[in-house]
Design a protein around this ligand. Sequence first.
Ligand code: AMP
Length: 210
Amino acid sequence: MPSPRNDVQPAAQPPRHGASTEDAERLTDSPCSDSGSPHGGRQKSIVSDVSHLAFVALGANLADPLAQLRAAAAALAELPESRLLQLSSLYRTAPVGIRGQPDFINAVAAIETVLDPQQLLDALFVVERRFGRRREFHHAPRTLDLDLLLYDQRVVDSPRLSVPHPRMHLRAFVLAPLLEIAPLCRIPGRGTAAAWLPAVRGQAIQRLAE
Ligand code: AMP
């Protein structure tokens, strides 16, 4: 299979999976938060007064990763006290870190939730375990990897959880699908997600057709 090139464009693509048109339009206009106005003012949440907007990265490179990603998206739609707002297109990407393992399939999901960040991470772990995730070594191949990228514009720095995900701005396989569904997205402490695209130009990534 040929390695993917980087064919990511900064312009927004029309949302393709999952969301209602209304949810998709609200995401497209959102800075990814309930408080992320470019001018620092508090904005009303795009979801509700009590729920939060989270973005989750999905990745798989074992055991039919395309099917794994689709099944994982279905599992995210069943998370407790949460709603799957939008799933990006699927992307094929070259593995980071360790060469010689299969390409990854990646996507990003937007989730409305009333869970707090730690509860949401725990719920993601439950899904990972259901998909047989093994944590053998850093950068190891995986049936399913779920990372919590953003939770409103909150910063969380605990032993178990760092939000925003500390390396999300350096990964084409995060930025491309994230910007597809939330082109105005901001990363706390790092400015707009779009501003980081030039930094990942060299990373091989290919958006897959439906
Ligand atoms: P990984 O094996 O790369 O998926 O890393 C999983 C580990 O990272 C777990 O021990 C998590 O508690 C920790 N972690 C810290 N921040 C995050 C985050 N934002 N999303 C997912 N896992 C995280």
